[in-house]
Each structure stands twice: as C-alpha cells, then as structure tokens.
Design a protein around this ligand. Structure first.
Ligand code: SF4
Length: 63
C-alpha cells in the first residue's frame, strides 16, 4: 500500500491524524508528515483518513 498526500492541497486540518495516527502526524512546525508505505493492517485507518480529508489531498494506491 502506498500513500500519497498532495502537500500543495493540504491545509493541515489534521483530520487524517485523528483517523490514522500511526500513519499521519504534524511536526513541530505544524507540517504534515506521514508514512508513505504503511503496512496493510493500517489500510482501514488510511481509508478513513482519505475520506476524512476535507480537501481530498490523500490518495491510496493498491499494494
Ligand atoms: S486531513 Fe487532509 S488537509 Fe488535513 S492534514 Fe490531512 S492531508 Fe492535510
């Protein structure tokens, strides 16, 4: 599973951080940082993050 975030769209609403805290976080400068290749066990949380992002900045590729 590969996660991509279009950081030109991201407005650091942090909904993804709430949905999948093992994958997404805000750093000390309030910039989004994330694990681009999380394990498949995290897929449901990442899918929730994709749905929760208000600007649709997150995309998820197959395997
Ligand atoms: S929910 Fe979307 S806009 Fe907010 S921090 Fe995550 S990727 Fe960025």
């Amino acid at each position: 599973m590969r996660v991509r975030v279009d950081l030109t769209l991201c407005e650091t609403h942090a909904q993804c951080v709430f949905a999948a805290p093992a994958v997404f976080a805000l750093d000390d400068d309030d910039e989004l940082v994330y694990d681009a290749t999380p394990g498949d066990a995290l897929r449901p949380a990442v899918e929730q993050a994709v749905l929760s992002c208000p600007v649709r900045a997150i995309s998820l590729d197959g395997d």
